[in-house]
Design a protein around this ligand. Structure first.
Ligand SMILES: NC(=O)c1ccc[n+]([C@@H]2O[C@H](COP(=O)([O-])OP(=O)(O)OC[C@H]3O[C@@H](n4cnc5c(N)ncnc54)[C@H](O)[C@@H]3O)[C@@H](O)[C@H]2O)c1
Length: 392
């Protein structure tokens, strides 16, 4: 992995479920980072995962957290377990990289940030998709002034939930679940990367179904309760004056609405499908640009369509689903003694925004966001990018 990274960074995995495969595939390709042990609530599941990826040790959660040879815990547990596992890992002197959402409780998040600071340990958090070429390209366009001063943002994510493709979708419909906490981190993280922190939100939500039926896997046909709202509308105000709307749902069968658009004084950037259900092109995919020179509005009748958008070629960022590169970037940050891009601070800010949207939906009142974060630096042009993942 270039010359920047400690060539012997040992990772212990906690949580061996569905998302762990893409992490283990990515990390298997990175020189200098090795997953040396894995644990979950189910030792059988952990053994199967260890065997599949040639990991030496499948063990209990206690053993992996207490293992003195491990530098970092990769926390891929369900949302309600994130805080407990991260806290225990930090207390055991280990760096942590966790899946989203950062936490499911505001005070837990504050405590984790304080703990990592006091112990001088790094705390990284998913999503790392903004390190993909798509978001790096959007950020470059904005920084280069392609749309002038940004003024507005629009996000629409209509899905019908997870019970058709996830074998154990329960956590998506319990505390810490729902479309906002599940999918919101991708969009909010990307927006903060491109536009900066959020200062104020409003919200409204409801749920179409009180129970859902699992439609795949060994539990096919089983009904599960829905304890959270599954259709979330929000208003966002950013510290730079941009205002936006974000609609995220598990109650929408399909939609032709654009997914994410950023409006500026001189143009608009549109990202057609930043998080398709099957995750194939979260990191990459087209970025469309229209400016005052190419806008269709002055023409009567409008000369059609999408073919008139300028498609921007990406030249930096990861071009494939590389979940796990955020951990790699964190290891680089440790070695270079600089801030982590996919940081706990960013993830905590994202969590507070989502929590505040949910509070606003209940109270009917605007909520002010108390936290903030540094806008992560874009990846430098000479970042070794895809060539970093070289190990076969
Ligand atoms: N499945 C996806 O497509 C996907 C995509 C992106 C992110 N994520 C995120 O990744 C995380 C895990 O999702 P998943 O789909 O892999 O879940 P999963 O249910 O498939 O697996 C969860 C794993 O965590 C373990 N676990 C649960 N509670 C634990 C505890 N208290 N202590 C130790 N281990 C515990 C389970 O034993 C299991 O190994 C979630 O936060 C989710 O939001 C999932």
């Amino acid at each position: 992995m270039g010359n920047n990274v400690d060539l012997n960074f040992r990772v212990g995995l906690v949580g061996c479920g569905r998302i762990s495969d893409i992490y283990l595939q990515t990390l298997a390709g990175i020189e200098g980072i090795e997953v040396v042990a894995c644990a979950s609530l189910d030792i059988q599941e952990s053994r199967v995962k260890a065997d599949k990826y040639g990991i030496n040790k499948a063990c209990t959660v206690d053993e992996v957290i207490e293992d003195g040879a491990i530098d970092c815990i990769l926390n891929l547990t369900i949302p309600t377990a994130h805080a407990e596992i991260s806290r225990r890992a930090l207390n055991a002197g280990k760096h942590v990289y966790s899946e989203k959402p950062f936490v499911t409780d505001f005070n837990d998040g504050k405590e984790l940030l304080a703990l990592s600071k006091n112990r001088q340990l790094k705390l990284g958090n998913a999503p790392d998709t903004f390190l993909g070429e798509r978001w790096q390209t959007v950020r470059r366009l904005i920084d280069d002034g392609a749309i002038g001063r940004p003024t507005g943002v629009f996000v629409h994510v209509g899905t019908h939930g997870t019970e058709r493709h996830h074998p154990n979708p329960d956590f998506y419909y319990g505390k810490g679940g729902g479309p906002l906490l599940d999918l919101g981190p991708y969009y909010l993280t990307a927006m903060i990367f491109c536009l900066g922190p959020v200062t104020r939100v409003a919200g409204m939500s409801n749920r179409a179904f009180n129970k859902r039926q699992i439609e795949n896997g060994p539990r096919n046909g089983e009904w599960i309760p829905v304890d959270v709202d599954t259709h979330s509308l929000s208003l966002l105000e950013f510290s730079n004056g941009v205002i936006g709307t974000m609609n995220i749902s598990f109650d929408v069968w399909d939609s032709e609405a654009p997914r994410l658009e950023i409006y500026g004084e001189e143009g608009v950037i549109s990202i057609p499908d930043p998080n398709p259900v099957h995750g194939a092109n979260i990191f990459h995919g087209p970025v469309w640009l229209r400016t005052r020179e190419t806008t269709r509005w002055p023409f009567q009748p409008p000369p059609g369509g999408r073919e008139e958008w300028q498609i921007i070629e990406s030249d930096s960022g990861f071009d494939r689903d590389s979940r796990g590169v955020g951990l790699m970037e964190m290891v680089m940050a440790i070695n270079e003694n600089r801030p982590v891009r996919a940081s706990g601070e960013l993830a905590f800010h994202v969590f507070e925004i989502m929590d505040a949207i949910n509070r606003a939906a209940k109270s009917g009142e605007y909520q002010t966001i108390s936290s903030s974060c540094q806008q992560p630096e874009p990846l430098p042009k000479d970042f070794p990018l895809n060539s970093i993942i070289t190990k076969e």
